[in-house]
Design a protein around this ligand. Structure first.
Ligand code: S3P
Length: 186
């Protein structure tokens, strides 16, 4: 371990993946299992502006949202021992990707299009990026976004798994990695 490098056991965990794959619910569950604080980046931004994301997009625009998203994520990544859920578009920004990968352990929550499309009606009202798009356009966006999530440390296939199962998988794989890389507790 290099001097000043955060031990693996203390690094924050970042969850990435397309909108609606369960980053927030799974993140909360992982945080509880590891006795850590949970940070939802969209919620942080919403509370700073005092309005939901869809209104932020309407009033100040997506570009301003993306700037705030970047500064909020970079600040969160500098903290230790957090579980952080970032929005599905965050990894489009290279600076966010690089910071998350350098400072934290990044888990990609991978859900197939077949399973994701069953959730669409639950998501559409609160996700400005989906609004005004037909199913083919959403499908295209879904597939276009997948390559940005390929930069990660660990991938979890979430099809047919419930929240608790995904959270358990993440916790187990973290514990395995900690024991292998820091057998004496870091
Ligand atoms: C977005 C995803 C949303 C939110 C915003 C933009 C995106 O977060 O950040 O609506 O571009 O994919 P979730 O992935 O938590 O839905």
């Amino acid at each position: 371990m290099r001097i000043n490098e955060v031990p693996l056991r203390e690094k924050s965990i970042v969850l990435i993946g397309f909108m609606g794959v369960g980053k927030t619910s799974i993140g909360k569950s992982v945080a509880k299992k590891l006795y850590r604080d949970f940070i939802d980046i969209d919620e942080e931004i919403e509370s700073k502006y005092g309005m939901p994301t869809s209104e932020i997009f309407q009033t100040i625009g997506e570009q301003a949202f993306r700037e705030k998203e970047k500064t909020t994520i970079i600040k969160a990544c500098k903290q230790k021992l957090k579980i952080i859920s970032v929005g599905g578009g965050a990894f489009l920004q290279e600076e966010i990707r690089n910071t998350c990968l350098a400072e934290c352990i990044v888990f990609f929550l991978d859900l197939s299009w077949e399973h994701w499309q069953e959730r669409i009606s639950l998501l559409i009202d609160s996700r400005p990026v989906l609004q005004g798009k037909n199913i083919d356009e959403i499908k295209e966006l879904f597939h276009k976004r997948q390559p940005i999530y390929e930069k990660h440390h660990s991938r979890v296939e979430t099809d047919n798994l419930i929240i608790e199962e995904v959270a358990d998988f993440i916790v187990d794989s973290l514990k395995t990695a900690w024991d292998i890389h820091e057998p004496n507790g870091g």
